[in-house]
Design a protein around this ligand. Structure first.
Ligand code: S3P
Length: 187
């Protein structure tokens, strides 16, 4: 059962690949004194293989089944910030489960920024298999167009990450949650 006290229910970040969900989940959790979890990391831990291997060996539907199972379990937890995979909103059952969150925050960026961030990110090759037969730019444009209405449907608010550091985005969210900005980082 989800936490009965709504303020202790999971805080969930959704958005396309490369919108900074994981970095932000860490910062938000630190500030709230909560746990955090990257749903893709938990999925890979349970499967004992990388997302790329799951796609190659079992296909995308098998990956999506695991993704739904992980999401459902994480949504049962209290005081946790969850960074979801970019395609979590595709399945209607997941969109329904996301309704149990304290807040679902949608992180956005332009297709150009997403592509640039994905090219810089070392995890791209293992964690982000190709999702269509399209070249990368077209894939991002097409999937963003398909998914934007779904991110909008599940989220209570949208935060543009364009040109901002994760800390700046986190501060914006703290403000909205009525929390003071994060203290300076210590080494
Ligand atoms: C996916 C995004 C990835 C990962 C998988 C599928 C998608 O997560 O779940 O490769 O469908 O957009 P990130 O958004 O964390 O890269």
């Amino acid at each position: 059962m989800p936490a009965t006290d709504p303020s202790r229910r999971p805080l969930v970040l959704v958005g396309y690949r490369g919108t900074g969900k994981t970095s932000l989940a860490k910062l938000l959790a630190q500030r709230l004194g909560w746990d955090w979890m990257d749903a893709d990391v938990e999925l890979e831990r349970r499967a004992g293989k990388t997302i790329r291997q799951i796609f190659q060996e079992e296909g995308e539907p098998a990956f999506r089944d695991l993704e739904s199972a992980v999401l459902t379990d994480l949504m049962e937890q209290k005081e946790i910030v969850v960074a979801t995979g970019g395609g979590v909103v595709i399945r209607s059952e997941n969109r329904e489960v996301l309704g149990r969150a304290r807040h679902v925050i949608w992180l956005t960026a332009s297709a150009e920024t997403i592509l640039a961030r994905m090219q810089e990110d070392q995890t791209t090759a293992d964690r982000r298999p190709q999702l269509t037969q399209l070249p990368p730019t077209e894939e991002v444009q097409q999937l963003l167009a398909e998914r934007e209405p779904l991110y909008r449907e599940v989220s209570q608010w949208e935060v543009c990450t364009e040109g901002k550091t994760p800390r700046q985005v986190a501060d914006e969210i703290f403000q909205r949650l009525d929390l003071p900005p994060a203290p300076p980082e210590s080494n």
